[in-house]
Design a protein around this ligand. Sequence first.
Ligand code: PA5
Length: 448
Amino acid sequence: MIQLKLNIDKVAGFISEQEIKLFQSEAKLQQKKVYQKSGAGNDFLGWVELPSEINEDFLNDLEQTASLIRKQSQIVVVVGIGGSYLGARAIIDALNSNFSALQDQGQSPFIIYAGQNIGEDYMAELLDLLNEKEYSVIVISKSGTTTEPAIAFRLLREHLERKYGETNAVNRIVAITDAQRGALKTLADEKGYKSYIIPDDVGGRYSVLTPVGLLPIAVAGFNIADFIQGARNMQVFLKQENNLYANPAALYAVVRNILYRKGKTTEILASYTPNLMYFVEWWKQLYGESEGKDNKGIFPAGVNLTTDLHSMGQYIQQGLRNIFETVIRVENPKNNLKIPFDNDNLDGLNFMSGKRLSYVNKMAEEGTMLAHIDGQVPNLEVILPHIDEKVLGELVYFFEMACAISGYILGVNPFDQPGVEAYKKNMFALLEKPGFEEQTIALKKRIS
Ligand code: PA5
């Protein structure tokens, strides 16, 4: 059984049951394409059966590597960008204390990310910090040629070799990359780094259940077996569930496509749980890169509430009416904290005293949802009983499958990202990379 629930009751005023029913055969057809690998991008469907294919030996190996890294490191720098970054960060942040950076983590090293930007100060400050700390590096790049992580890794490799010596530095680096190609693969083979492979048929944004996500999550001290089990539970459930209303992935895919066709071209993923901020970022990448192409696609936005009710809330309530919202509701937090009674009641909050913060948060969520619906913003809810590894495994697989079905309904290839090449070409030309001479001249004229 799965723990995640999808609630579409609150879209009732915007789409009819009849409209959903009309999509039943379309949803089945697109699901079939995913399972039978007969749709566009079918050489990137390795993630579909991935959870059930991960075996114990592989997990043990990952856990052993994680334990070696943990023993020797106060800090572990995870180098990667896009799909080689966001999944690990989403899960680690969701499971970690909000203040882990300032807490004694016991056995667990603190995870820092690099290679997800080219900020000079960011990298310089990181290298300064690492002068004082014992650390290791996990470098992740499927292509092995992505510029941002390649630059960060060059700097970190040089720093590690200076700090620990070339031979010892080797034991502080793990590379996760393609089986055959790329500069990172060449470097890892040449230097003898411990390496893991990203399967050919799993694209970056669908790779959190490969070593790309699993190794950093294990290093951070979380249970990857449970994470995979949750994903496996969702995999099995979705595959055998033919009824559209009982299959949350197919239903979510259908509802968002109906809303899109009615002019709701922006979807906002909203979370009331601060730990899920990077999960929202992971979701934005999954849906943005998968669906935004061929001049179509729902624009995926994200908000962290109630924080953003004091910024984006105004727009959501009264701005352009092309928005729908998907709310991730977490029913039970880990802690139990009540608002105290105050004799003076100068802040006027005694009417809430004795109430848990989660209750107040829930009322904010319910109130906001009703206000947004009244403001013509349809709301869907993804309901989780709590946050742990298993539930997050379910959530990841649910969104992946829904994204694939949704992309097929939309009529795009949800597994490629041709658009991300455009900026790279321009950047290389402007940096005068050999082979880009003509573009260099043309682009320099345009910016001079
Ligand atoms: O989802 C994707 O494919 C991208 O976001 C990539 O993950 C990202 O561009 C990083 O690529 P690579 O892992 O090849 O360095």
